[in-house]
Design a protein around this ligand. Sequence first.
Ligand SMILES: [Zn+2]
Length: 68
Amino acid sequence: MIMNKCEICDGKTEDKLVSVTFERYGQKFVYQNIKARVCRNCGEEFLDGPTVTDIEREIRERVFEKAA
Ligand SMILES: [Zn+2]
């Protein structure tokens, strides 16, 4: 589902590449050039569900690789 409206302020969003920090398992993981929708009004960044799922899967793999 594609939404071009900010979920917070109803402003317009545009597609941008952003860097995102995920905190999982007590560690920080920084991802750059992640596709997101950014609100032109309040600056809030929204990631698509599949994008987040992919990143979380990758984080899990990185964490478990390290632990092995
Ligand atoms: Zn907004």
